[in-house]
Write a protein that binds this ligand. Structure first.
Ligand code: ADP
Ligand code: MG
Length: 253
């Protein structure tokens, strides 16, 4: 059984075919990367997987269950966690408070004021464990405003882990990062893959080729190729459509 699977997914925005007959699957224990140029439809695809965007047609299955018409909350309860291309943190709160909010959302499925969570020692140690996993244990008490961009992205992963997910959807976790920050995030993702099936939308090709078990290439809403990183690297259609002259020259020289 696939962790996540789409069948012939279609989504139009006016005249734009943002998702054009997309059938992909994420297998247990795998990191499947979706790459493609800006506007290819990557975020739209993630939105349909998470339940934020309703497809015009086609189906989405989560752990074998048809969730095509299920809400974001229903999918989250089944174990789907996602991070966003643009950070969604409560910036004036501490890193720990942000993770506690995510723990709370899972534990009670209803909203509790964050302050009361501090009393809950179990929640605090669970949140601290998530922060430790992403390497942020030492800055748990710092407010998000004071964190570097890379640390904020790591914090978002900690929040996703706090929901005790079965599947991770990550939308461009390396966006806007310095080289050092990227390296830290790549090793974090390496440590998480295997534990969680991960669907990773990413622009950074080197990271994708370093991390992915499987790569699918999205261009104008369509999957033009899907395969192992070496297969994708060698695919002439992919090189023409996406990798472009720059990559062709680099690898040829
Ligand atoms: P990517 O994440 O690969 O950059 P997107 O999924 O954001 O691509 O966008 C795919 C296409 O769909 C683009 O042409 C974009 O302008 C269009 N699009 C995305 N969301 C909307 C929307 N809510 N309304 C209208 N057009 C949209
Ligand atoms: Mg996007």
């Amino acid at each position: 059984m696939s962790a996540l699977e789409t069948t012939a997914l279609i989504k139009r925005f006016g005249g734009v075919q943002a998702t054009d007959n997309v059938s992909i699957s994420l297998e247990p224990g795998q990191l499947h990367a979706i790459i493609g140029p800006n506007g290819a439809g990557k975020s739209t695809l993630i939105g349909q997987l998470a339940g934020e965007i309703r497809p015009d047609s086609g189906a989405v299955k989560l752990l074998g269950q048809d969730v095509t018409t299920s809400s974001v909350v229903a999918r989250a309860k089944l174990g789907l966690a996602r991070t966003y291309q643009i950070t969604q943190l409560a910036k004036e709160f501490s890193a720990l408070d942000n993770v506690l909010l995510a723990c709370n959302a899972r534990a009670r499925h209803n909203f509790r004021f964050w302050r009361s969570a501090h009393d809950d020692q179990a929640a605090v140690s669970e949140a601290m464990a998530c922060l430790a996993t992403v390497g942020l244990r030492d800055i748990a008490q710092r407010s998000v405003n004071e964190l570097a961009h890379g640390e904020q992205r790591q914090l978002e992963i900690a929040m996703a882990l706090a929901t005790q997910p079965k599947i991770l959807l990550l939308d461009e976790p390396l966006a806007g990062m310095s080289q050092g920050e990227s390296a830290a995030m790549i090793s974090l993702l390496k440590s998480l893959k295997g534990t969680y099936p991960i669907l990773l939308v990413e622009h950074d090709m080197d990271a994708v080729f370093a991390l992915a078990d499987r790569v699918s290439v999205l261009v104008y809403g369509r999957i033009i190729a899907s395969g192992s990183p070496p297969q994708i690297r060698a695919n002439p259609e992919v090189r023409a459509a996406y990798l472009g002259d720059e990559h062709t020259e680099t690898s040829a020289s």
